[in-house]
Design a protein around this ligand. Sequence first.
Ligand code: NAP
Length: 241
Amino acid sequence: MNYALVTGGSRGLGAAICKRLAQQGLGIIINYRSNESAAKAVADEIIGNGGCASLLPFDVSSEKSVDTALEKWEDEHPDDRITVLVNNAGIREDNLLIFMQSQQWHNVIGTTLDGFFYVTRRVLKGMLTKRFGRIINIASLSGLKGLPGQSNYSAAKAALIGATKALAQEVAPRKVTVNAVAPGFIKSDMTKDLDESTLKKQVPLGRFGEPQEVAALVAFLASNDSAYITGETISINGGLY
Ligand code: NAP
């Protein structure tokens, strides 16, 4: 069976992406860090709708945790392969740079950027061997324009976009595509502390986006219809730049 691995698939955008990719007939590997009940609810919904889903907890920022979990999955699934990887796990630890703690800097870079590196390096081997793969990196508007209070997050997401462009050129000869998606304000746990009624006035479409809208874009990038798109960063932000 062909599988999609979605990091941070237990909540928010990742959960919506898992459910949407399951509708495309992919088996879903739901990664998360600690929230097992949320991940299980996503798996139950997919299985209840006739799909295939399983949980694979690991901390994307830990090389050992990533390698151990994926090695075990590969050993247990000799006839299956991961054809779609969505690097979605991410955290925010906002602070003005002058006050930013080293840990806030490293936590955010570690989850987004180290996480991309450790997980992608591991999964890429199978894609290159089979000469097919779709890698989709969840970046952010913050990585394109920079946002005050988010120098750690903007740096991590901008670097992720750079890595997307570089890797796309490395693996294109093997028919593996690598793209990024850059959401603006999307309703999720990550944005629930924001003042939506004020911030939505900055958005030309006048509202925050839904996780399902990001999932639809990811599903397109994961499909055969996107075969000629690679190295691209697609914004989904209601017109906010
Ligand atoms: P969220 O609701 O806070 O969910 C974050 C997810 O990432 C959870 O599933 C969490 O797992 C997982 N996670 C966090 N650290 C992890 C780690 N070290 N290892 C494995 N999994 C980890 O966030 P979201 O809003 O859906 O955001 C998803 C992605 O979209 C992030 O990369 C974020 O930067 C990006 N994004 C979001 C927005 C927005 O407006 N929401 C805008 C632009 C970009 P647990 O459940 O176990 O904690």
